[in-house]
Design a protein around this ligand. Structure first.
Ligand SMILES: [Zn+2]
Ligand SMILES: [Zn+2]
Length: 261
């Protein structure tokens, strides 16, 4: 046991030597592993997680700007938009560091638990974790699947398995160039069920699943994936996303200056 611990400690020591611990937001060096935010950025992110939606003015847990019809409950940590959140995602994407994924995954796990009102000790409302798979060339470009890494971390947090229930068809979804309408329709052909995981009756054996994605823009992708899972026998899909973008359509209030002109 003692030997194991010392081996573990030295492993951590060497990992830190090669990949020093840095704040995910500002890049400042940190004294210890585990929390990847410095003293200055931590309260900023806490504030981000407690912001109300600029479009519907509700707290993030009650914001209904992206209705995911086919998910029983949606959990989000942040709204995507502030510099801090953009940097957090930038660090996650560009380093691909497992420790960062574990950290953000744990944050997501905690958010899900608090939104659904259960603790790690109470029975989980879902049996496994799954994720929205990436477009294959994109995955190769950055070398890993971001949602899968997050799902793994969430699975680790809850102590349940991660299953690749969905597959990407490989059809390009140049999301950024599409209008919101096109985006909703394009999504329909991009995902299919992973047939290897179906039982003899051609259904999934899981009844309740936690579906993870890193970011949502319209909610259409999650909706589509949840619909596919449901059509293969899943009764309840719980969705969880690190950040959601503010619904620009609903966010069309005039600037304060214009109001008083
Ligand atoms: Zn910082
Ligand atoms: Zn809202």
């Amino acid at each position: 046991m003692i030997l194991k611990e010392s081996v573990l400690k030295s492993k951590q020591f060497f990992t830190r030597l090669i990949f020093p611990v840095k704040c995910m937001v500002c890049g400042a060096s940190l004294p210890r592993d585990g929390v990847y935010l410095c003293e200055e950025c931590l309260p900023k992110l806490y504030h981000e997680a407690h912001k109300s939606c600029p479009a519907c003015l509700r707290a993030i847990e009650f914001c209904d700007c992206h209705v995911v019809k086919h998910a029983v409950h949606m959990s989000y940590i942040f709204f995507y938009g502030s510099e801090e959140i953009k940097k957090l995602f930038y660090t996650l994407k560009n380093t691909g560091d497992r420790r960062y994924f574990d950290f953000v995954g744990e944050l997501l796990g905690r958010t899900i638990a608090s939104r659904l009102g259960f603790t790690k000790e109470t029975e989980l409302p879902f049996e496994c974790v799954t994720y929205v798979p990436r477009f294959p060339p994109r995955k190769n470009e950055i070398g890993y699947d971001q949602s899968k890494q997050l799902a793994k971390a969430v699975g680790k947090y809850f102590g349940i398995k991660v299953l690749p229930l969905l597959k990407h068809t490989g059809k390009a979804g140049e999301q950024k160039r599409l209008s919101q309408f096109d985006r909703r329709h394009a999504v329909k052909t991009r995902y299919v069920i992973n047939r290897r995981l179906l039982n003899d009756r051609g259904k999934l054996s899981q009844k309740a699943v936690l579906l993870i994605d890193d970011i949502t823009t319209t909610g259409a992708t999650l909706n589509e994936c949840a619909m596919i899972l449901e059509s293969f026998g899943v009764k309840q899909v719980y969705g969880a996303v690190v950040a959601k973008t503010v619904n620009a359509k609903r966010y069309d209030y005039p600037d304060a200056e214009d109001l008083y002109r």
